[in-house]
Design a protein around this ligand. Structure first.
Ligand code: G6P
Length: 496
């Protein structure tokens, strides 16, 4: 069995399939080939899983390395410098990227699944390209699967591939899919003209995972409503469709809490003083937010709440500073460009209103931070504002907890949106925020900054224990235990 998860067999011949690749090779004349790691919980988390295997990770080759160098090869061994698994790149042309990635994935499925279907841009060409690219991924998967492999699809970019790939796989190959974003209510899902095909695609899997039970229930409701031929057993969390059984399960994703705790505890002496000096962070209390620039993350709502807080609590002007680390994302999409402008304007508005020569209320960073700097920032921040308007899980909440000091009197406070999947795990000991309720949110900031030490410590102690128990290994162990459960029957009816 694997030492960390206790699961036998499942890590051998693992084939992970995702849209985003874990390492991106960039080429510049001056620096030659540089390797970046993309932002987002999916790639970082799964890379730590894959490092323990000799498996294959299939992903869109979004690298712009000089094609004359080795990095344009279909297969590269990664991580760079300490290779342990194979990255197989699927090359996509410009039109495919525009219609499949920016189009159907991020302008239809992303808003739809986050309950924002008014933002969805339905377009036949997006759908057709999504289908073609899923077929392209499915063909690539078939090239890499051997008897004994487990195929693990990730996320909303690849809803159709499981059904497409099923026919071509050796008998007994388990197919798993983990959906990293919410699954919407049936009424919302109904807005999607291709809903039936998406459900049909996903029901090609043996195990279909979501972060929390609510998304599983929503998915089963959608199947019951849209696919008359399917039999849905809500109690067992199973669907039988077209002679095949799919288990629908909640696996709340976690973080590598031990590593984050170690990195943060080993922050070099003087880190915080120099970070504060470099970025102009003054005052007795620091709040932090770390997000991709995405309209689901609730950044404008957060700026409104901070503004309300400073408006009502003038004694905290000059004392509470908010550090917003933002990472540009999907910026070819107009809604993301608008959001970027709204956020930058919002920061300027608040800083113009309250800022002084000595104090900048909102310190806004778009630059890259290393893990050490990020976890150091979490460790020293007195509160974290994790307040998306909707989020599948939100691993920043868990990373913040994992990075907190254990010394009594030094714990920070987590403010967490009721609309993040992480609320299921962490809601009892975080301060719960409804991100669009500006007054309530401002009150919660007030409560956090004046919370007595013993209360902070008590809450953080319980949060830490939850985050450590339900960490990345536990998540993977649960997923693979479910896979082991189907390995012999492979989902065919009557053998499950
Ligand atoms: C979310 C999605 C991931 C995605 C990440 C970054 O976490 O669930 O699938 O990789 O955002 O977004 P991007 O579009 O840059 O891959």
């Amino acid at each position: 069995p694997d030492a960390e998860t206790g699961v036998a067999g499942a890590l051998d011949d693992l084939v992970v399939v995702s849209n985003r690749e874990p390492y991106q090779h960039r080429y510049t004349e001056e620096a030659g080939v540089v390797v970046d790691t993309p932002v987002g919980g999916l790639t970082g988390g799964l890379d730590r899983v894959m490092r323990r295997t000799d498996g294959t990770w299939i992903a869109w080759g979004d690298s712009d390395a000089d094609p004359s160098v080795v990095n344009a090869a279909d297969c590269v061994r990664v991580p760079p410098g300490d290779p342990s698994y194979t990255l197989r790149r699927v090359w996509l042309g410009e039109d495919a990227v525009r219609e499949y990635y920016y189009g159907f994935s991020n302008q239809v499925l992303w808003p739809l699944c986050h309950g924002l279907h008014g933002k969805a841009e339905f377009d036949r060409a997006f759908w057709e390209r999504y289908r073609d690219v899923n077929a392209h991924f499915a063909e690539t998967v078939a090239e890499h699967v051997e008897p004994g492999s487990t195929v693990w699809f990730q996320d909303y970019h690849l809803a159709l591939a499981p059904r497409m790939v099923r026919q071509s796989l050796p008998a007994g190959t388990p197919l798993v899919q983990f959906w990293h974003i919410p699954w919407p209510e049936a009424d919302t899902f109904r807005a999607c003209p291709e809903g039936e095909a998406l459900l049909d695609g996903l029901l090609g899997t043996d195990v279909l995972g979501f972060h929390v039970p609510e998304y599983c229930r929503n998915f089963l409701d959608c199947v019951a409503r849209e696919l008359p031929g399917a039999t849905v057993d809500r109690d067992a969390g199973e669907v039988v469709y077209d002679g095949h059984r799919t288990r629908v399960r909640a696996f709340p994703m976690g973080v590598d809490a031990e590593r984050i705790g170690d990195v943060s505890a080993n922050t070099p002496d003087g880190f915080w003083e120099s970070f504060r000096r470099e970025h102009g962070v003054v005052g007795s209390t620091v709040a932090v937010g770390v997000d991709r620039l995405d309209y689901t993350k609730g950044i404008p709502e957060r700026l409104d709440a901070l503004e309300r807080f400073w408006e009502r609590n003038p004694e905290w002007r000059g004392e509470l500073t908010y550090v917003q680390k933002a990472t540009e994302s999907r910026s070819a999409i107009p809604a993301y460009q608008r959001l970027g402008t709204e956020v930058r304007d919002g920061v300027e508005r608040v800083n113009d209103r309250f800022g002084t020569d000595e104090w900048t209320p909102v310190v806004y960073l778009e630059e890259h931070l290393s893990d050490a700097d990020l976890y150091g920032l979490y460790r020293h921040s007195d509160l974290a504002l994790v307040t998306p308007v909707r989020d599948g899980m939100n691993l920043v909440a868990k990373e913040y907890v994992a990075a907190q000091p254990t010394t009594p009197g030094e714990a920070g406070v987590l403010l967490l949106s009721a609309l993040a999947g992480a609320d299921d795990d962490l809601g009892d000991d975080a301060l719960t925020v409804h991100p669009s309720d500006t007054d309530g949110f401002a009150d919660a900031i007030g409560e956090a900054v004046s919370m007595p030490d013993h209360d902070r410590d008590r809450r953080m102690c319980r949060l830490r224990s939850t985050v450590r128990t339900n960490d990345l290994d536990a998540w993977m162990g649960d997923v693979f235990a479910a896979v082991e459960g189907v390995r012999d029957g492979v989902g065919s009816v009557g053998t499950g």
